[in-house]
Design a protein around this ligand. Structure first.
Ligand code: 3PG
Length: 403
C-alpha cells in the first residue's frame, strides 16, 4: 500500500513472492484457496501500473525441473481469476532462464507473468548461503521491487523468501499484513476462554506449538493421527493406529504439565477405524468400525474421532471466546472418515467465538467438505508458517521484510 500510495510501482517490474502451493490430484487443483488469496495484491499492483512477476514453489521437487510439480495448472487458474479483473497473465517455462527473461521483458504495464516452480532450482532451498545467494541474484536481475506475500512460506529460509528481499527495495503485501494481524490476536491479547483444536498425522510436528500453548490456551482438543500417541501415553492400546513411540515421554510430560497449570486436554472418548487404510483414489466404500478408546481392537487403524467424541468436542468449543484450529481430525479425504473434521468445522461455525482455521490441510478440508469459508473468522493460508508464528519463532520471511 505504501509503495502504491507513493506511486513507486508504475512501470516497474515488481516481483511478488506468493504461496501458490495448492493441493493437486494429477493436474487438477483440489483447493484453490491459496491462489484466490494471492489475487488481491497482484491485482492492486497491476492496476497501479506495475509489471507483476509472480513466483511460488509447488510441492517438494528435488532442485530440478519435474513435470509433476509444474505450476502450469496454477497458471491456468490464476490467469482465469485475473482475467475477471481484465488482467492478462503469461506463464514462463522456467524461473530464471530464457523463457523467464523474455516473458518479463515482454510485459506491458499492468500485465502479469507467473514463473515456473522456484524449487526447480537447487539454489532456492539450499542450506549453503552462497548457493542461495547466487540464485537470489538471478531472481533479483528480473525485477526492480520485491513484495513478500507468500505467508504460507515465511517460515522457510529460502532464496526467494529470505535472500531476495535483501537485494531489492521491498515491502510486505496485503495478505501477509492480514495474516500477521490475525495471528497477533492469538498471541498478544487473546480473549478467553481460548480453545485450540489440533489434528494432523504427526505429533512430532506439533510439539513446539503445544509447548507454547500450555502457557496460553485454556483448553487443547486433540484428534487426527497424532492423538494415538496421546491415547497410548494415557495407557490405552491403539491397535494398528499411527503411533510415535519415541514421542511418548514428551507427550506424558505435556499431559502432566497441563494438569499442573490447569490447562484442559480434551482427548477423544471413541474412534472410528478400519482394518485396512481406505482407498483415497477410488473412494471405494470401506468397513468402518467404532470403538471406545479403551477397547480399540488390535487389528484396527484409527482413522477419525468417533460420534461421542464429536459431541464432546462440540461442547468444549461452544463456550470458547477464541478458537484456533490446525489439522484435520481424521482421514477426511475419504467420506467414511470425514465426520470428525466436519463436526469440528460445524462447531466453529456455530460458536460465537473468534475462530481461526490455520493449516494448509484444515483450510483445504473445510472447503473440500463444502463449508462456506466466510462462516469462519479467518482461514489462514499458512500451515507450518502459522504454527511457527504462534510458537513465537522468528520467521525468516517476515524478518527479511522488516530489514
Ligand atoms: C506449506 O504448504 O505449508 C507451504 O507452502 C510450505 O511448503 P513446504 O512445507 O514444502 O516448505
Amino acid at each position: 500500500d505504501d509503495l502504491i500510495g507513493q506511486g513507486q510501482v508504475a512501470g516497474k517490474r515488481v516481483f511478488v513472492r506468493a504461496d501458490l502451493n495448492v493441493p493437486l490430484a494429477g493436474q487438477t487443483i483440489t483447493d484453490d484457496g491459496r491462489i484466490r488469496a494471492a489475487v488481491p495484491t497482484i491485482t492492486r499492483l497491476a492496476e497501479a501500473g506495475a509489471r507483476v512477476i509472480v513466483a511460488s514453489h509447488l510441492g517438494r521437487p528435488k532442485g530440478e525441473p519435474d513435470p509433476q510439480f509444474s505450476l502450469a495448472p496454477v497458471a491456468a487458474r490464476l490467469g482465469e481469476l485475473l482475467s475477471r479483473d481484465g488482467i492478462s497473465t503469461a506463464f514462463a517455462a522456467d524461473t530464471v532462464g530464457d523463457s523467464a527473461r523474455s516473458t518479463v521483458a515482454g510485459l506491458a504495464d499492468g500485465q502479469v507473468a507467473l514463473l515456473e516452480n522456484l524449487r526447480f532450482n537447487a539454489g532456492e532451498t539450499a542450506k549453503d548461503d552462497a548457493e542461495r545467494g547466487a540464485f537470489a541474484d538471478e531472481l533479483a536481475a528480473l525485477a526492480d521491487i520485491y513484495v513478500g506475500d507468500g505467508f504460507g512460506a515465511v517460515h522457510r529460509k529460502h532464496a526467494s523468501v529470505y535472500d531476495l528481499p535483501a537485494r531489492l527495495p521491498h515491502a510486505a503485501g496485503g495478505l501477509i499484513a492480514t495474516e500477521v494481524g490475525v495471528l497477533k490476536k492469538l498471541t498478544e491479547d487473546v480473549t478467553r476462554p481460548y480453545a485450540v483444536v489440533l489434528g494432523g498425522s504427526k505429533v512430532s510436528d506439533k510439539l513446539g506449538v503445544i509447548d507454547h500453548l500450555l502457557e496460553k490456551a485454556d483448553r487443547i482438543l486433540v484428534g487426527g493421527g497424532m492423538v494415538f500417541t496421546f491415547l497410548k501415553a494415557q495407557g490405552h492400546e491403539v491397535g494398528k493406529s499411527l503411533l510415535q513411540e519415541d514421542q511418548l515421554p514428551v507427550v506424558r510430560e505435556y499431559l502432566e504439565r497441563a494438569e499442573a497449570k490447569g490447562v484442559e486436554f480434551v482427548l477423544p472418548v471413541d474412534v472410528v477405524g478400519a482394518t485396512e487404510f481406505p482407498d483415497l483414489k477410488t473412494q471405494a466404500p470401506s468397513s468402518p468400525v467404532t470403538a471406545a478408546v479403551d477397547a480399540i481392537p488390535a487389528d484396527v487403524i484409527g482413522l477419525d474421532i468417533g460420534p461421542e467424541s464429536r459431541k464432546l468436542f462440540a461442547a468444549k468449543l461452544a463456550d470458547a471466546a477464541t478458537v484456533f484450529w490446525n489439522g484435520p481430525m481424521g482421514v477426511f479425504e475419504h467420506p467414511d472418515y470425514a465426520d470428525g473434521t466436519r463436526a469440528v468445522a460445524q462447531a466453529l461455525i456455530d460458536s460465537p467465538a473468534f475462530t481461526v482455521v490455520g493449516g494448509g490441510d484444515s483450510a483445504a478440508a473445510v472447503r473440500i467438505l463444502g463449508f462456506d469459508e466466510n462462516a469462519f473468522g479467518h482461514i489462514s493460508t499458512g500451515g507450518g508458517a502459522s504454527l511457527e508464528y504462534l510458537e513465537g519463532k522468528t520467521l525468516p520471511g517476515l524478518a527479511a521484510l522488516e530489514g
